[in-house]
Each structure stands twice: as C-alpha cells, then as structure tokens.
Design a protein around this ligand. Structure first.
Ligand code: NDP
Length: 619
C-alpha cells in the first residue's frame, strides 16, 4: 500500500510499482502508430495562412543591397541576445532579419490567451540585469515576456539593425570574396562577412493529419496565430466576448492547450477538449515578486541564478534552490534518493542505482500528480480520463493552477479519444468514437515541427563552399562543433540547443551563451584581420561522434508514451540522435566548457584564414 511520509511525498510498495509499469506499457502501446512523425502535416491549402503573419501588415520597402559584418537570421531571443552582445563588443553594422513584423520570436507569434512561460522569469528572461527590467511575477505572462524582448531591442538600439517581415530565400557563400550573400523574399541581396541563424527549435506550426481536416467549414486557427478578431478579447486577458454563443473545439492537450483552455472554457458557450494523451499538471504556485527583495539582489545575481537552476535541474548540488519549482523539484528528488540509496547499500555510484532512484522518484511524483487530479476535478469519470499514465519526462511537464479546475465548468467537455486521436473531421465538426461534435470553431493546439530536417524548418537552403548544400551536409544528421560551426560553411554560426548545452527547461540560457560565443569569435576575427573562420573536419567529426556515442538520454526513451521528446516512440537512429542530441556531460558542463574555450582565446578546433591565404590552424 502507498503511504504518505513526513516529507509529504507518497511512497509506493513494490507491487504498486510493478502495476504502474504494466499500466504505463499498456497506455503507451495504445498510442504507438506506424507513421510516427509523419502523422503530422504542414499547413497548406485551406490552412496555408497558418504560417503567415496575421499581426503586422507587410509594408512595401526598397530591396536592401548593402554589406554588413553580421546578418543574423531570426529576431527572437537568439537574435536579440547576440545583437546585444555585438553592440557591447562595439560591432554596430549588422542586420537582424526576421519573418515576423517585430522582435520577439515565439513571444511575437504566440499570443494565445493565458500564454505564459513555465520557467521562472528570474532565469527565463535573458539579460534582465543588463536592461534593468523587474519581473512582476515568479512566472510571467506572454505580453510581459514580449515587452522584455522589445526592451532588449530598445536598450541596445537594435531596431535600427532590423529588417522585419522579411524571409530568407537562400544563403550563398562566395568563397573568393569571403562573404555570404543573403537573398530574401523582399529582393534583398545583402553581403555579410558572417551569418548566424537563430531559428528556434519549435517555430513551424504543424497540423494533425486527421482524415477530412481540409473539409472543416467553420472558423479555424493554430494557437500560434490566435485570431482575436474572431474570438474577441486580447492577449492581455480581456474576455473573448465573441465566443459567448460559440461551440469551440480544441485539438491537443500539450503545454499550449493547458494554458489556453482555462480562458477558452471561461469565455466559450461550450468548449470541447479533444484529448489523445493527458499532460501531467503540477502545481504552479505563481506569486508576485517582491520589489524590495528584487532591488536588494547583488549585481551578477542572474548569472548565479542561471547556473543554480541549470545545476539543480540536471541533478547537481547547490547550497540553495534559488528557483524552487517543479523543474528543480523532480531533479532534487532523484538526486537525494540516489544519495540515500547509496548510503543505505554502501554501493558505488552506477547507472543502475541512478536509474532505479530516478524511476522510484518519478513513480511517486506521478502518483502525486494523479492524486491532484482527483482532488481538483469533481466528476470522477472526467478525473480518471485526465490522469497521465507515463513517466514525467516522457512528455513536456506542465504546471498550472487553473487547467484542471476548468473541467469543473458545465460548458467544458473533455472528449477523450483513448489514445487514438480525433477520428475524422467534416464540414461541421469532429468525430470521436462514432459521435459527432458540431463546432463553430476549431483551435489547433497541435504543436510545432521538431527534429524534422533543418532546411525544411528553416524554409531556405544554405549553400556553402563549392556549392555544397547544408541539407546535403546534414543528410545523415547534423554535424557541428559545439552545435555552432559547420565544416564547409565558413563564417556561419548556428544558434540553438542541439549538439550544444541542450538545456530544455531554460532555452534562453543556451541562447545567451551562444550569443556570447559568436561575438567573441567575430571580434577576434576582426581584431586580427582574418577573413574566414571555419571548423576543421577533424574537430567537427570528433564533436559529432561524441554526440552519436552518448548514451540515450531519458528524453529519447522508447519506453515512453509517444511524443516529440522521444521521436514519437520510434527507436532513435544515429541520424535522429544527431538531430536532437546535446553535449553528453550535460548543460552545466557544456556552459563551463564553452566559457573556458572562449576565454582561452585559442578557439581550438577553428581555423582562421586571411583572404586566399593558407589556413592558420587554431591550437
Ligand atoms: P505539443 O506538440 O506538445 O502538443 C500537441 C498536442 O496535440 C498533443 O496533446 C497531441 O497529443 C495532440 N494531438 C496531435 N494529434 C492529435 C490528434 N490526431 N487528435 C488529438 N490530439 C492530437 O504542442 P504544444 O504547442 O502544446 O507545445 C509545444 C512545445 O512548446 C512544448 O512542449 C514546450 O516546449 C513549448 N511551450 C512552452 C511553454 C512555456 O511555458 N515556455 C508554453 C507552451 C508551449 P499526444 O500528446 O497524444 O501526442
């Protein structure tokens, strides 16, 4: 029998654990499908406008044909942080080229009601100290995050560097001239010494390939292009009054849906939540940040908080848990249990002990999460269907204090599909288990492409030395040094998580580090009069090989219920591993490694070259 101990945690018997394993396996098997990632489709035809910008009209402008030191592709936090670092280093002549009508990246696009960040603002908002913002809450809402992005742009005067509503059509390396030629859909032809790409891991909306999806005749939109014109309301939380007489359906119950279902449930006449797999919903416990406390923090606090969060979230030790949230809670539980089990058995630290401790803590955590559903959701049938039956990190953990409560509203209906998904869509609505649901509006909370080919997600080709295409170079998976440099593509930097730190619980930490690294390299090249910088084939191979050789992280676990964390349940090939893997020793080790690498000034693994001069190998 399970017991609750003095620490407030549930402890399970071995029998209960075995029963859980069996239940998890049954639930997983129900959801396995042969088409994996191919079940999703690109928004085309009736839905082609889902990738367009509904927020900012495109203003005609003359094509730009200038020359700059850096062209940065993407105006989200990657572009903003790199832009800030470049300005701090005295580099002024660069463009930030962005498809949207303003800075902000995901926070420009995602304006759905209730949107917020699940990572504490003290660590998620980048460059807080540098730009002097004060987060109002522990977790801040999307409009505040967007305002922070715009503040970075304002403080570092990045707006004058920006080309908005502009999509890249091709990047082309001119080796004789040591310049990138940047082509855009505005007819621009920009010459850039360096190009950096910060496109985001999850930015291209995807749709479920449900039979009949094209036939729906009601109103429809993807959560990343919320249509307030149709729903009424605002991203700041004004009620969506136009939904008062509408029957709305939402497909998906991932992190996005969890945030927008409470306001939708409040405002729609009726809301039908089509669920394939329930999310795990831990407590949010949001609260205002005390102004006096915030002002008392010592300069340099954000760096300390960032490393504290990254350390604890990945199983390390720190004197204090500064952030103290659901992300650090699970990691600390696992870590403490490993320590306890080792102490009790006197055994040495090995993988089996760690895995057992992980599984035990996870079982307990998920049992608590399921008990929370029972405590909140009044209808026992609905509560049963909202319980997640998998290990916590099989899917993106969610944190919310109003999501489960929304199902107590009379107008909110959970339509569970028993792992199968919506059966069919027709002109008037959706079918599940042979029942038709009439809908005025269908909201697709169906997520974003992940780990599909880089070039496909980017929407343009990058052509390097000798006409080599990046899509060909990466045909068998990404190959980089540090997740940033690619051989055959001089003066090109890739900014992201893959093959780098891979800290998924705090994406912006990865981006700030990358911005600092890129700026250090550009500055060094300028100061020493080098025209080209490129990773050596050996350094690229060695780095790539260690990503391929790394033990499969829990996130790729094929035992998990399918989702984008585990390649939809399909065994990871070497190529898949290279496209999602990160530094095998973890984010903290990566951040420390890259800091040392930068500070050494040697830039090991890179070759700097004056124009047409033989390569000068970095030591
Ligand atoms: P997800 O990919 O996480 O969710 C897609 C949802 O659609 C899943 O619930 C999926 O079910 C469901 N679905 C897919 N096909 C069907 C079908 N045929 N019938 C019914 N349901 C279907 O997308 P999200 O937009 O929710 O989140 C994407 C990521 O964005 C998150 O993981 C997170 O990284 C990020 N995010 C971050 C936030 C933050 O706080 N910082 C907030 C919101 C999002 P199933 O689970 O069965 O596959």
């Amino acid at each position: 029998m399970s017991t609750t101990t003095a620490d407030g945690h549930v402890h399970l018997s071995q029998e209960e654990r075995d029963a859980l394993r069996a239940k998890y396996r049954r639930e997983r098997d129900k959801r396995m499908r042969s088409d994996g990632n191919d079940q999703y489709i690109e928004p085309t035809g009736r839905y082609a406008h889902f990738v367009e910008d509904p927020y900012t009209p495109k203003v005609e402008r003359k094509p730009v044909t200038d020359e700059v030191t850096v062209a940065f592709i993407g105006g989200g936090f990657a572009g903003l942080c790199t832009g800030a670092r470049m300005k701090q280093a005295g580099i002024e002549d660069f463009h930030i080229i962005e498809g949207g009508g303003d800075f902000g990246g995901v926070w420009y696009w995602n304006r759905y009601p209730g949107a917020m960040c699940d990572t504490a603002a003290m660590v998620y908002l980048p460059l807080v100290e540098e730009v002097g913002t004060r987060p109002t809450m522990k977790y801040v809402l999307a409009p505040e995050i967007w305002r922070h992005a715009l503040r970075i742009a304002e403080v570092f005067e990045l707006r004058k560097n920006a080309l908005f509503s502009t999509n890249i059509t091709q990047l082309e390396w001119d080796d004789a001239d040591s310049r990138w030629i940047v082509h855009t859909d505005r007819g621009d032809r920009i010459r850039a010494r360096f190009v950096a790409m910060g496109l985001g891991p999850l930015h291209k909306p995807k749709l479920p390939g449900i039979p009949g999806i094209e036939s729906f005749a009601g109103h429809a939109f993807h959560t990343s292009r919320w249509d307030y014109g149709w729903t009424g309301g605002t991203p700041d939380g004004a009620p969506m009054t136009k939904l008062a007489d509408k029957r709305v359906g939402i497909i998906g119950t991932g992190a996005t849906a969890v945030q927008c279902i409470p306001p939708l449930g409040r405002d729609a006449k009726e809301l039908f939540v089509f669920q394939r797999t329930p999310s795990s919903i831990d407590v949010r416990n949001n609260h205002p940040l005390d102004e006096a406390w915030f002002e008392s923090l010592k300069p340099g606090w954000q760096k300390e908080w960032l490393m504290n969060f990254a350390t604890l979230q990945t199983g390390g030790f720190a004197e204090e848990d500064l952030v103290k949230d659901g992300w650090t809670d699970i990691a600390i539980r696992v870590r403490d249990r490993v320590v306890r089990d080792l102490g009790a058995s006197g055994s040495i630290l090995d993988m089996a002990t760690i895995q057992k401790a992980f599984e035990d803590s996870d079982d307990e955590k998920m049992t608590e999460i399921r008990a929370r559903v029972d405590a909140i959701v009044k209808d026992p049938k609905t509560a049963a269907l909202l319980k997640p039956w998998y290990r916590q990190l099989c899917k993106r953990p969610c944190f919310h204090d109003e999501y489960l409560q929304a199902f107590n509203r009379p107008g909110v209906h959970l339509v569970d599909t028993d792992g199968k998904g919506v059966e069919r869509i027709d002109e008037k609505g959706a079918w599940v288990n042979g029942v038709h649901y009439d809908l005025d509006c269908l909201v697709f909370a169906s997520g974003f492409e992940f780990a599909t080919d880089f070039t496909r997600r980017a929407g343009f080709e990058t052509v390097g030395r000798g006409g080599e295409k990046l899509s060909d170079h990466w045909q068998d998976g990404m190959r980089t040094l540090h997740g940033i440099h690619v051989h055959g593509f001089p003066n090109l930097f890739v900014v992201g998580l893959v093959q780098g730190g891979g800290l998924i619980s705090n994406i912006t930490h990865n981006l700030v580090e990358a911005g600092t690294t890129i700026t250090a390299i550009v500055k060094h090249a300028r100061e020493t009069g080098q025209e080209q910088v490129e990773v050596t084939p050996d350094a690229e191979s060695a780095w790539t090989q260690q990503i391929a050789d790394a033990p499969q992280s829990f996130l790729g676990n094929p035992e998990c219920t399918p989702g984008y964390y585990n390649n939809e349940g399909r065994e990871m090939t070497r190529r898949d591993k290279l496209n999602v893997g990160s530094y095998p020793l973890g984010p903290v080790a990566y951040f420390q490694y890259i800091d040392d690498w930068r500070k050494s000034g040697k830039f090991a693994g890179l070759t700097f070259r004056r124009a047409h001069a033989p390569a000068a190998k970095a030591s």
